[in-house]
Design a protein around this ligand. Structure first.
Ligand SMILES: [Zn+2]
Length: 147
């Protein structure tokens, strides 16, 4: 366990909310991962869009995710990039509700040994600015109270 990957994300490129994704970014600021769910076919999806990707219904509503996920795919990027001085993970996580999203795994060593596929994860949020908090994932700890 190292403490020095805490700074890894501080100067990365800032996401730009759009009208379609504003509810998602409002959610991350409040510590919620907001997905959308279709009223007609019950499909839960991400990323945000104003109609269901499965049945094209516009009768969709926001559904707050549990924050639990598993690691679906992961690469370790060893090349420095904006905000990244050290090797860091670029992961696809599968949320408990089904959708997958790109993220980074934090609070653990950035090696494939420390990041086995299907490992249980939980969401954590990193505040990048007054208006943006980025959802990241860390190894799940069943005893830890969400902070
Ligand atoms: Zn649908």
């Amino acid at each position: 366990m190292t403490a020095d990957n805490a700074k890894a994300t501080t100067s990365r490129r800032m996401p730009m909310p759009t009208p379609e994704t504003q509810h998602f970014w409002d959610g991350t600021l409040e510590g919620e991962l907001r997905l959308q769910r279709c009223d007609d076919c019950a499909h839960t999806y991400f990323p945000p869009r104003p109609f269901c990707p499965k049945c094209a219904s516009r009768s969709v509503q926001i559904a707050v995710a549990s924050g639990r996920a598993t690691l679906h795919a992961c690469v370790i990027n060893h090349r420095p990039g904006p905000g990244f001085d050290e090797p860091h993970s670029i992961a696809v996580v599968e949320l408990e509700e089904g959708p997958r999203m790109m993220s980074n795994i934090v609070d653990c060593e950035q090696t494939h040994d420390a990041l086995p596929l299907d490992m249980p994860l939980e969401v954590t949020f990193e505040q990048l600015s007054d208006t943006i908090a980025l959802p990241l994932f860390k190894p799940a700890t069943s005893t830890e109270v969400a902070s």
